[in-house]
Design a protein around this ligand. Sequence first.
Ligand SMILES: Cc1cc2nc3c(=O)[nH]c(=O)nc-3n(C[C@H](O)[C@H](O)[C@H](O)COP(=O)(O)OP(=O)(O)OC[C@H]3O[C@@H](n4cnc5c(N)ncnc54)[C@H](O)[C@@H]3O)c2cc1C
Length: 433
Amino acid sequence: MTKVTKIVIVGGGAAGMEIATKLGRKVGRKGKAHITLIDMAEAHVWKPLLHEVATGALDEGIDAVNYRGHAKAHGYHFQQGAMQGLDREAQQLILAPITDESGEELLPSRRINYDYLVVAIGSVANDFNIPGVKEHCQFLDTTEQATDIRKLLLNKFLRYASDEQLQERIKVAIVGAGATGVEMSAEMHNAVNSLRGYGYQISTDLLDVTLVEADERILPKVEKPQISESVAKQLKAIDVDVRTNTFVVEVDEQGLITKEGNRIDADMVIWSTGVKAPDFLANIDGLETNNINQLVVKGTCQTTRDDRVFSIGDCTALQQPDGSWVPPRGQSARQEALMVADNLISLMKGGTADKEYIYKDLGSLVNMSKFHTVGNLMSFLGGGILVEGKVARFVYTSLYRRHLIEIHGFWRGTLMMFMKGINRIVRPHLKLH
Ligand SMILES: Cc1cc2nc3c(=O)[nH]c(=O)nc-3n(C[C@H](O)[C@H](O)[C@H](O)COP(=O)(O)OP(=O)(O)OC[C@H]3O[C@@H](n4cnc5c(N)ncnc54)[C@H](O)[C@@H]3O)c2cc1C
């Protein structure tokens, strides 16, 4: 009997979901390989939409894709579990025990055999070991954290539903003015506007959003300063207090403390500075990692010390021939996933992993809720093209459209996008529970 190759993918995000789908369709369905996707969650929510989940603009109950159902339809298998370790000699992935909310063990620790392993567990916000961040800040790395932010916000707004005279201000500080921080600031403003339609006597005048950035400009990773300027102007127009050159050294119950010793008061702090791979990846069973725990890989996305272990997406450190590093972005995660699927199919057939990943920067777009969309397209052409308004908004949504088409197929993916548009018209604009 011929041995069926076992391919295990851990992490079903932007990268993991696309590679599992492609491999499932191409080789899993035909029984040529046994493809298993493992994720700690039950359902996939596309990470770039998490700020919308946090403000209630997106209902994760509707937009989430259940892994088990998707696996059945696309020729792969799914197991729920969190990667905890690796035994490379035995070619086994080690999963943590699963417990219920009260801590009772539902499933013990498990070991999953693999012939090839693809690590795609993404990243988390980097707290840079700044005192108080872990204890006092909200993060936006998982759907649970996004729904926690929504619940906290709604609790804060509750009093405005019953007291028309209430003039107390709500202070929110967002640390890190990358795309996540900027989009979150605008979405927050939009959510408060929408709440009035549900009987909350709150106006955006009572919401103070402060966006704090250590760099001298917002969106510091975006090459074109004009984009930062355009976004800063829009943020000002919706009364977001933008503080650049402001380095946070501590967070406490009252808010932020800056390097100069100044205080920025906040009822809620959202931490969205930089990324790092999950801490447990550092030195995992002898694999090479960098200072932010990312697995260092070769051009083929195989880890430098083990050809059977691949890494893709945000948890990966991949240096390009020009010396630059592939940035942690949705588009690079997707491109790596599709390429590694080809390499794995070639290996299964007795060939080699000969495709090497070169990052093609299609551009960066920042969507400020309904207020403004701006960005740079086709940066790989050198300089790129600056776009704003409706065109930019269309291209911004096309990254998600492509993801839906990739994981559901053309017709189903297009239909889902269409239904999302209809839902925006017929359903409440905010999720209030
Ligand atoms: C609010 C926001 C907006 C963004 N906007 C954009 C944008 O406009 N354009 C863009 O290009 N990028 C954007 N990004 C970045 C983009 O989301 C990431 O680069 C991309 O999702 C990375 O894909 P990934 O598959 O590596 O990780 P993820 O998509 O984060 O997926 C990781 C998966 O691994 C699972 N996982 C984690 N740990 C474990 C474990 N131990 N065991 C099992 N499973 C685990 C998680 O549940 C998750 O499903 C945005 C990010 C955020 C937070």
